[in-house]
Design a protein around this ligand. Structure first.
Ligand code: AMP
Ligand code: MG
Ligand code: MG
Length: 215
């Protein structure tokens, strides 16, 4: 089956965190890992990748909870560029590839959190502009639900459905991206034609914000 979109950019952020019982990160949750893999939908091959650890500024010291969840240790973020610099490098990476044109690619995430909550929230707090191309995306859980009428709760369930073995470590951004890529390939080969499922253009009410954050 031929896909409407020529390229899918699979993305999965990791961010500063503490145990849920201790509440959200104050004053803001910050992205610490920024991995993106570019898939070509004609043969589902990985053609390029961008992978950068990011130094948090508001809470520069990672919690031990965050390190045990993500596998990201302090030394991996110390001395790294901050989010605004990483977004600039990422923009250069996007522009390097003349095959990427408006309308022929989309980001794919597992859930709406990455591009609906994490990035817009941190960017607003730090007064950073989000590139237009990151304001819409495909949530693979919604794509799977549209294709099968069954809603999978998360990446581990989708891996199980497709009989895929977990690669690497769950909650490592780059490993999560590799696993999401496998799911994206399976659903694509199953005949799903990927389309945008969400955008961050509409203002989000507080209630919707928390509802979306849980998805
Ligand atoms: P994920 O892509 O599922 O690895 O999660 C992205 C980010 O969400 C993580 O880097 C954490 O900041 C946060 N997160 C995920 N799971 C948890 C959890 N069980 N408790 C607290 N924060 C979490
Ligand atoms: Mg994720
Ligand atoms: Mg992850």
């Amino acid at each position: 089956m031929s896909q409407s979109l020529e390229y899918l950019l699979v993305l999965d952020f990791e961010a500063t965190c503490q145990e849920n019982s201790k509440g959200p990160m104050q004053p803001v949750q910050e992205i610490i890992e920024f991995p993106v893999v570019q898939l070509r939908t004609s043969d589902w091959a990985e053609i390029r990748r961008f992978h950068q650890y990011v130094r948090p500024i508001e809470c520069p010291k990672l919690t031990s909870f965050c390190t045990s969840l993500t596998g990201i240790i302090q030394e991996m973020v110390d001395g790294q560029p901050t989010l605004s610099a990483v977004l600039e490098d990422f923009d250069a990476w996007m522009k390097e590839d003349s095959r990427l044109k408006t309308g022929n690619f989309a980001f794919v995430t597992c859930g709406d959190w990455d591009l609906k909550v994490a990035l817009p929230n941190e960017a607003k707090f730090k007064n950073i502009q989000i590139p237009e191309y990151m304001k819409q995306w495909i949530n693979v859980k919604k794509a799977y639900a549209a294709h099968t009428n069954h809603f999978a709760r998360g990446m581990p369930e989708l891996l199980k459905i497709y009989n895929l073995k977990l690669q690497g470590r769950h909650h490592s951004g780059i490993d999560d991206v590799a696993n999401i890529c496998e799911i994206v390939r399976c659903l694509g080969k199953d005949g799903h034609n990927y389309r945008i499922t969400g955008s961050s253009d509409q203002p989000t009410t507080t209630r919707r914000f928390f509802r979306e954050a849980r998805k």
